[in-house]
Every structure is written in C-alpha cells, then in structure tokens.
Design a protein around this ligand. Structure first.
Ligand code: IVH
Length: 708
C-alpha cells in the first residue's frame, strides 16, 4: 500500500484499473478477515471505508472489470446495525442540568414545594460524581446476568450482552439480590488505560480515539466481543431499573447494596443534609477532578429517600428528584494568529494553530492542534462535515478547549467575527522543511513529506526518537543535545552518534568549547555512547522509528527473525510484497498488512537501507533469544488459537504459549503444529483439518502444557 498513491480514479486506464482492483480486493479482504476473524485490525475504520469507496468508484467507471471476489459487498467495521434492539422495561432517563449555586438552591426549593415541605423540614440528598462514559443497563434474573443494553434513545437500546460479559467490573453472577434486578451505571475508560490503548492502536495502525468516552463507547459497541475483551473497560453502578422487590429505603443504602452485590460504586458518593453541604462536596470533587484518573463532567444530586423519589416521579425525560450540576466547560475564545506546519519523524505534516494567548481552565494556551488538512477545511476523516462545514482561517475568532491534560483543540469558530479578506487556508503540498512533495496516501488523513532522510525535520525527529528512553537511551544525549549536534552538522543520522569520539574525541577541543560542555562531560558522553553499542535486536529495531512498528511489534519481529541478518534477508525477499517471505512476515501474530508494508518499504528503500547498515556496522546487535526456561511439550512448535477461549484471554494464552517456547501465529498454514480451537472456531479449524494439523480444544491445550 505504501506505493499506492492517490491517483485520481478518472485518470486510471483500463490496465491500471484492473491492477488496482486486484490490489484493493486483496487488501480489503485481508483487512476484513483480520478485523472479524482475528480480532486484529490492520487498518482504521476510516482507512477501510476510504479504500472501499475507491474500489466502488473504480468499479463504477469500469463495470466490466468488477471481480468475482469484489470487496464491494463487504460489511465494514460500522457496528451500528449489528446489534439487536432491546426495549427497556423502565426507560433510561437523562438528567436535568444545573450550572451554578443558585440553580441548586432552586432545585431544592422546587422539590420542597412539590412535596409540601418547609425550609425547616429535613430533606437529604446524595451527591456523587457524574461519570463521563456511557450508561448501561444490566439485567439479572435469579442472580445471573441475562442481558446488557445500552441507553439508545432511552426507550430502545442495543443489546450488548456478550460484550458486557467481558468487562471485569460487571459480575456474571450476583448473590443475595432481588430475583429480578436491573443494575444501571456507567461504562468508562480510565485515563491510563485510554493512553495505553491509543498507543497500541497507533502502533498497529488501528483507530485511535479522541477521548476516553469515545474509546469506551467504541469498545463496548464492537460486533466481536473478543475485541471488547481486549479493551480495558470499567463500570460504576449508580442506579437501577426494573426490580422484583425493593431492596433499600434510601439511595445511599441502595448504593451500598449494589456494592455488596459485587459492583464498583463511586467512593465519592456521600449524603448531604442541605444545599451548603451539596455545594461543598461539589467543590471537593471539582478539586479532585484532575487526579481521579477518569473523566467526570459534574456532580449528581439525588433525593436520598426512595419514598420521596417515588412521589416526585418524572418529567418527560428527566426525574424530578435528581439534577446534574455540571462543571464549567474549559473553553475560551481567542484569535488564530497563524497556522504553522510541523513535520514529524515519519514525515507527517501537522498543522498547529498559533493563538493569541488565552486562559483555558487555569492554563495559558497559545497553541492548539488542528489535526490535519481535512479538519481545517471542516471535514472529518470520513468526509462528513464538522462545524457545519465552516473552514478555519487565519484571523478567525476560535473557541479553544482542553479535555484533561491533553493538547488544546479548536472546537468552533465565530463567522461573524471573520476579518474581511480572510482567505481559505491552503494546505502545503510540499514539505516546509525540505520542499519535497508532501503526499496523501489512500485512506490516510495525513499528508506526509516524501523527503525521507534528506528532510531535516524528519532527520531530527528520528534522532530524537533514536535516543529516547525505550530506544537507545544514551545518558547525556537528550533532545536538546541532539538538536544542537544536528544543527551544527555533527550528526545527521543515528550512525553518526557512534563515530562522534573518532571524529571529535581526539582534541575534544570542539566539544569542550561548547557551552555546557567540559572535558569531563564530553568523555562521559563518549563512554555512555560506547556502553550502548551492544543492543538487543528488538530495541534496535524499535529505535529505527519505522512507522507503525512500535516497541511490542519490534520485540515480536526480533523473536521471529532472531538476528539482524535474518531480518534483513527476509525484508529483501519480501520486497515485492508477495511470496513466502511476505507470507511469513504476515503470519506473525500482531503483524498486519499496514505494519508489514511500512517495515518492508523502509528497510529495503536504498538510502534508508544504507543508513541502517552504517548504523549496524557501529553496533553489536544481539541475537534475540526466546525466553525459554526449559524444554516444554510445545517448545519450538507453531501454535494458532481460534474461537472463544473460556478459561483465559487470548492475550494470556498467547503469552503463556510464548513463555513455553512456542511460536504463536495468527493464521493456519502448513507450518502450523497445533491449532487450539474453542467454540465458534470457523475457517481456521476447517483449514487445519484439510492440512492435517493437530487440533485440540482449550482443555486439551491446558492438559498439554500442564506442569510445564
Ligand atoms: S443517575 C434517572 N448518576 O448522566 C437518572 N447518571 O445526563 C439516572 N451519569 O444518562 C441517571 N454519572 O449516563 C446518574 N452518578 C450518576 C451518573 C449518571 C453519569 C450519566 C448517565 C445519564 C446521564 C444524564
């Protein structure tokens, strides 16, 4: 795919169209299988859709070329129609909003009036964080989870039972609970887990999420529950729907009961005797907001007495007995002074908004990300309009926001304040750093500089990555030093780091004379560099900063190929992206087409290859050894897992197999030794039996490795 530029469909001749249809069929069919059968997406939904769209356009222009295996009928990754509908026995309502202290006083007054209470009468409320996730209703019958449903429009939701079952915080069975109990609460993703998930997604070329809420929603609404299982979702219970019998007298007691049934309940839930206490708790929660580790967007107050809740009842879509006191949005308006383009390690051109400084949620902001050219133009990565299609122009009055501690973003703009003569922003089609062409590949939202090593921005970013902690981690050689050395022409590529002593060490005059360097620090630096010459293959590979090839993948590749020479030979053999070496690369569980393409393209491109080889000559790249304590019954065997595993997760099964010296692959071939097939195993089991591959079930596997 790396070679497939965005040739306009109209300018394809018949031959080119035929070739491209073949290529698209191959990529899309594999991507589809990777997504639906292997739980290992090799591209984002947007990429998939874009490729499918291109395929359709070509087919429309050349109907006679439509292939018998045309991917045009494939159902993409959009799950929306894939779930069956559930009508909630009791509607899932939303909450009325309040924004300031007066709104809360009014809320209390309204309730007192409705109930005929005076200001002196006791009236307690609970106060708890409003979790920013998505609500879920869990139906338990005789203590067993029988159905999970999303809120949907409040009346009809989607049935996501199999997915909910994979969430750790959601018990499959509960004890001492009413015969029928619908537990309601919020599914969310913690900040740490969100960060790790996005990093993993980016590494594997998958879809990354804008915020934890989107990630939680996207993860819960997966057609394949195995994908959900791999996503770190959590759940707080805070309410209930249908129940066979009352199980508490107050809201607070009910929450305690939910906890005793085995649910997570929010520890910041308290009872308050009056509005002052409610507002105090609001202030307390707001102060803790940044350190909670998950997103909340306000505080919910509920009348504590369930008898009174019953009397108060509901308005059309919200209960009278509760209100959400929202946190003020971290938003501010300011002027967009200019748009700069930054060039990253992989050549990505990232537009950055330079803003007239403004305080957003207590922090002064003068830069914000503009994501990519489509975002500036008012489109998302599917081509749909955002901000009603308003494009962003220099001079515009823009609304800036911060979500958590992430980079500020621009939410909206005020057309009425647009200066006369403001012009549509034209995204550069050449790299601002090296003037090479900057191109967009099919399905890529990002325009990238094609300058490779000749691009100074890419070179510096690559060097920074090379010396970063998970890569070479050379003491005394950080971002600042790398920038300085590069600017002075001392280092242009990683190999140059290792010849610094030879070139500048003798007199050491030049380094010594620099600001911040003395004889001691200079020789310390050279020693620190020498110390890192011996490097494990996985770390070496990661340090090259190849797009889509992250830390985990680098280690997988290292373990698969063993030595740099073997890896290098395999890449050469896979240049054409077909044949045995290519198939072998794709057979590594965790390596998809996108990553493989990037790896092969980079490692075989002449100047990149020469640069890597210069580096290798300076190093002692260690052979990767499988962590193998002793021989086990599966040592050296190639194992494939398929279907549903019931006693362990896929990730767990794979890690265990690898620790016993087995090689875990994602697809069945003649090289497969054992297929472990759980319920629902499909094409892989069939293929294994055709090839005569030994097939066992999960219990058989556990027996086989027992005691190993
Ligand atoms: S109580 C009948 N408590 O906020 C009212 N909702 O804006 C039941 N939410 O749809 C909701 N945290 O998804 C309640 N502690 C909390 C909540 C909470 C988050 C969500 C819930 C609801 C939405 C309303």
């Amino acid at each position: 795919m790396g070679q497939m530029s965005f040739t306009p469909v109209e300018s394809l001749d018949e031959d080119a169209a035929r070739q491209e249809l073949a290529r698209l069929a191959d990529i899309l069919l594999k991507a589809n299988a990777a997504y639906h059968q292997d739980d290992a997406p090799v591209m984002s939904d947007a990429e998939f859709d874009a490729l499918k769209q291109r395929n359709a356009e070509i087919e429309q222009l050349f109907p006679n070329l439509k292939r018998s295996d045309s991917p045009s009928e494939l159902v993409g990754a959009a799950p929306s129609d894939g779930f069956s509908k559930v009508t909630h026995e009791i509607s899932m309502l939303s909450l009325a909003n309040a924004f300031d202290a007066q709104d809360i006083v009014d809320f209390d007054q309204r309730i007192r009036k409705y109930l005929g209470l005076s200001d002196e009468d006791d009236l307690s409320y609970t106060a708890e964080p409003k979790i920013d996730g998505l609500s879920l209703s869990l139906r338990y019958e005789e203590g067993a989870l029988v159905q999970a449903a999303t809120r949907g429009d409040g009346r009809v939701g989607e049935k996501v039972t199999a997915n909910a079952e994979t969430v750790n915080d959601i018990p499959g069975k509960i004890a001492n609970a009413p015969k029928l109990l619908e537990v309601r609460g919020e599914v969310y993703m913690a900040h740490d887990d969100f960060g790790a998930l996005n990093a993993r997604q980016a590494e594997t070329g998958g879809k990354t999420f804008a915020n934890p809420r989107n990630a939680a929603a996207g993860s819960l609404r997966q057609l394949d529950s195995e994908v959900t299982r791999a996503r770190p979702l959590r759940f707080f219970a805070y309410a209930w729907g249908a129940v066979s019998e009352p199980f508490a007298k107050t809201q607070f007691e009910a929450i305690k009961k939910l906890k005793s049934f085995g649910f997570q309940t929010n520890p910041l839930t308290i009872t308050c005797r009056n509005t002052e206490e409610m507002l105090q708790h609001y202030a307390r929660i707001e102060a803790q907001r940044a350190t909670l580790g998950y997103d909340i967007d306000g505080v919910v107050y509920k009348v504590d007495d369930l008898g009174l809740q019953g009397r108060l009842g509901f308005r059309s879509t919200t209960p009278r007995w509760a209100v959400a006191h929202k946190f003020p949005a971290e938003l501010a308006w300011t002027r967009l002074e200019s748009i700069d383009i930054q060039v990253g390690r992989t050549g990505a051109l990232s537009p950055v908004a330079r803003l007239s400084p403004v305080t957003v949620g207590g922090v002064v902001v003068s830069n914000a990300t503009l994501h990519n050219e489509d975002y500036i133009a008012g489109r998302d990565n599917k081509g749909d309009l955002i901000r009603d299609g308003k494009d962003i122009r220099v001079g515009d009055w823009v609304q800036v926001y911060r979500a958590g501690d992430v980079i500020p973003k621009i939410a909206d703009l005020d057309l009425s304040k647009r200066p006369d003569g403001a012009e549509r922003y034209v995204f550069p089609e050449t790299c601002p750093q090296c003037q090479s062409a900057a191109v967009r590949e099919v399905g890529d939202a990002v325009r990238r500089c094609t300058g490779g090593l000749i691009c100074p921005a890419q070179a510096v970013e690559k060097l920074k990555h090379f010396v970063s902690r998970p890569a070479f981690d050379i003491e005394g050689l950080g971002t600042k030093q790398v920038e300085q050395f590069y600017a002075d022409g001392w280092i242009a590529e990683p190999a140059d780091i290792f010849t610094l002593r030879d070139r500048y060490g003798a007199g050491m005059q030049q380094l010594k004379n620099r600001e911040g360097w003395g004889e001691k620090s200079a020789s310390k630096l050279f020693d620190a560099i020498d110390e890192k010459r011996k490097v494990p293959l996985g770390r070496f590979l990661y340090s090259l900063g190849i797009r889509h090839v992250g830390e985990a993948a680098s280690n997988l590749l290292a373990r698969h190929y063993g030595t740099y020479d073997a890896l290098d030979r395999a890449m050469d053999a896979a240049t054409e992206m077909n044949g045995d070496a290519w198939e072998d690369l794709l057979s590594i569980d965790g390596v998809g087409e996108v990553m493989a393409t990037s790896l092969v393209t980079t490692m075989t491109q002449a100047s990149e290859k020469a640069s890597i080889e210069r580096l290798v000559r300076q190093l002692d790249v260690q052979e990767a050894v499988r962590p193998m304590a002793s021989e086990s019954p599966v040592t050296g065997k190639t194992v494939v897992f398929t279907g549903t595993l019931e006693k362990m997760t896929r990730a767990e099964a794979k890690a265990r197999a690898e620790s016993l010296g087995a090689k875990v692959s994602g697809s069945v071939s003649s090289k497969t030794d054992i297929l472990v097939a759980g319920p629902g195993a499909g094409s892989k089991a069939k293929k294994a039996s055709e090839l005569g591959v030994e097939t066992i079930d999960e219990d058989g596997w556990l027996e086989l490795i027992e005691g190993a």
